[in-house]
Design a protein around this ligand. Structure first.
Ligand code: HEM
Length: 210
């Protein structure tokens, strides 16, 4: 099993899988099959995949420990970048199709609609993470500082959940599902952090990888 994660083909396969939602969207555009409200359809598809990829990325660290598969770390960067990619498509839909590049209308939305404000914050937080996701940036910043910076992903995911919660009109179950997933992921990290701090053997250990 461990060898499978290390194969180059596994990474290529995962990359292809991550592109399926985008390919599906392009197919629906090509077929002119975007429901009665195309902008809403594209916004919802890209928004859904942004939050899903954020959660999947955050789940990698707990899964490594729970499944005893440390090699899963190889996929975290790619998954995080896909969260950023779908987030960028989501934002581009709003800027281009929804607001027609009208900067005044965009600014009004950002300051008047709280779900847009928090969504924007969530996406902006993802930019430094995407930029510094390369091994070169890990070296430049030093592992500890890089790791600290990359904890911003929790705030980005939290902003995404609040954004979703504030925008739904009646059924709060979908955003609440993500809120529960995020709470479990944060709790897991908090528990492992406390355990590590109280274990002298692990406290002095040097990280093997990122
Ligand atoms: C971390 C960043 C973000 C995440 C995770 C996210 C996620 C989502 C999700 C899950 C939805 C609902 C999809 C559905 O109902 O199926 C949504 C809707 C929406 N998002 Fe975002 N979003 C983010 C950032 C943004 C930004 C930056 C903007 C624009 C500035 C934006 C604008 C919208 C709009 C206009 C809707 C549709 C609202 C409606 O239906 O009334 N989002 N987003």
């Amino acid at each position: 099993m461990k060898k499978i994660w290390l194969r180059v083909w596994t990474k290529i396969l995962l990359f292809a899988l991550c592109l399926i939602p985008f390919a599906y969207l392009l197919w629906r555009i090509y077929k002119n099959d975007l429901t009665a409200n195309p902008i809403e359809f594209i916004t919802h598809q890209t928004g859904d995949w942004t939050i899903r990829f954020l959660m999947i990325t955050l789940a990698i660290t707990p899964l490594r420990g729970l499944l005893h598969q440390p090699q899963l770390i190889r996929f975290r960067r790619m998954l995080g970048l896909f969260a950023f990619w779908y987030g960028s498509c989501h934002l581009a839909t709003w800027i281009w199709l929804d607001k027609g590049f009208d900067t005044q209308a965009m600014w009004d939305d950002v300051i008047k609609r709280r779900f847009i404000t928090v969504g924007m914050a969530g996406l902006l937080l993802m930019i430094p993470l995407a930029v510094t996701s390369t091994p070169g940036w890990v070296r430049r910043l030093g592992y500890r500082r890089w790791q600290l910076l990359h904890r911003l992903i929790y705030f980005s995911a939290l902003a995404g959940v609040i954004h979703y919660y504030w925008l739904v009109k009646s059924d709060i179950r979908p955003p609440m599902r993500y809120a529960v997933i995020l709470a479990v992921l944060i709790l897991y990290r908090a528990v492992t952090f406390i355990r590590k701090k109280s274990s002298p053997r692990v406290r002095n250990a040097v990280p093997a990888n990122i």
